[in-house]
Ligand binder design. Structure first.
Ligand code: AHR
Length: 334
């Protein structure tokens, strides 16, 4: 009897310790090779990656970095492009499950609606790695880890720049927001971070906000409509560079000077955005790094070796003023 109680106590201690560590082991996540370390040679590992699409310069850089990192590591990568449709991503994940890949990685186009397919991956004992974007699932055992940016913080940084820029404003400052894909983590979180950061200055008002779907064409189209419907626009918060670049085209076509008549703040810091910032057409950019490939490889290697992986891995990022963009551009990788 004493021995049985002792065994239960030891098991409870192990469970409590693993819950405290914040890490995820293959056993805890549905795990490689049925709960233990697979310890496969790297050239025998197969990873299925379900990408969102090719909607922006950021996404293109992210795809390139992931493909190059897998090639360099000698790990087999199966890649699919969902063309920004959730049903395509779900089909791709189901196909990876059927093929019996070792790991599935994906950047969820929207936050909701993943539980069923993630439960299928769990039942097949294939660990899932979220890259770039989160899912809103309450059951965190459905994925091994989430690697990517803190989007709320990105929105906050953008809002803080705006709040500081207009700290002495005595008249209303009219802001229009170009939102990313509706229902996606970056669109939801950046809007929240931005709104929170400007809330204390009652002169700062978001007078219109609409999705441009993270594309240049979408940003241009929505900005054209805003320029017609809004009598006075002081600043555009574009939730990514591409929509900001589209807004620049619309502003110039309307005979106004981007960066001066209408200020622009964006997120990403891809080369085209940085060039527009250095040229004075954008006023401030919050970086969102697409270079997730090497960290993704590290996660795969750790899971393969049965080592713990942190449940949340946040990407390190900075911000750029116009002068900082001029300095950074010559060596910018993407
Ligand atoms: O999820 C990251 C976002 O998706 C980037 O900011 C945007 O450019 C991309 O389309």
């Amino acid at each position: 009897m004493k021995k049985t109680v002792g065994l239960f106590a030891a098991a409870a201690l192990v469970m409590a310790l693993s819950a405290c560590s914040g890490g995820a082991t293959p056993a805890a996540t549905g795990g490689a090779a049925g709960g233990g370390a697979a310890n496969k040679p790297l050239d025998k590992i197969v990873v299925g990656f379900a990408q969102v699409g090719a909607e922006s310069g950021w996404r293109t850089a992210n795809t390139k970095d992931i493909q190059e990192s897998f090639k360099a590591a000698g790990i087999d990568l199966k890649f699919s492009d969902a063309q920004q449709k959730q049903e395509n991503q779900i089909s791709a994940i189901r196909s990876y499950i059927q093929q019996g890949v070792d790991y599935i990685a994906f950047s969820p186009v929207v936050q909701t609606g993943w539980d069923a397919v993630l439960n299928e991956a769990k039942a097949a004992k294939i660990p899932v790695i979220l890259t770039d974007r989160a899912v809103d699932s309450k059951d965190t055992s459905l994925y091994a880890t989430f690697l990517g940016s803190d989007f709320v913080l990105e929105g906050k940084k953008a809002g803080e720049w705006v709040a500081n820029e207009y700290k002495s404003a005595s008249a209303p400052v009219n802001i229009v927001q170009l939102e990313g894909t509706t229902g996606s983590a970056p669109a939801i979180d950046r809007a929240k971070g931005f709104a929170d950061a400007i809330a204390s200055n009652t002169n700062l008002k978001v007078v219109a906000s609409q999705t441009g779907d993270f594309t240049r064409a979408g940003g241009k189209q929505v900005m054209e409509a805003f320029l017609k419907s809004q009598p006075k626009i002081d600043l555009v918060f574009a939730q990514n560079d591409d929509m900001g670049l589209g807004a620049i085209e619309a502003i110039e076509a309307a005979g106004k000077v981007p960066g001066k008549d209408i200020k622009i703040v964006t997120v990403d810091a891809v080369k085209d955005g940085m060039q527009a910032l250095a040229d004075g057409k954008i006023n401030f950019i919050v970086e969102c790094s697409p270079l997730l490939g090497k960290q993704l490889i590290d996660i795969v290697k750790k899971l393969n070796a049965g080592q713990p992986v942190e449940k949340r891995i946040v990407t390190e990022e900075t911000t750029f003023t116009q002068d900082q963009a001029k300095t950074a551009l010559p060596t910018r990788k993407y």
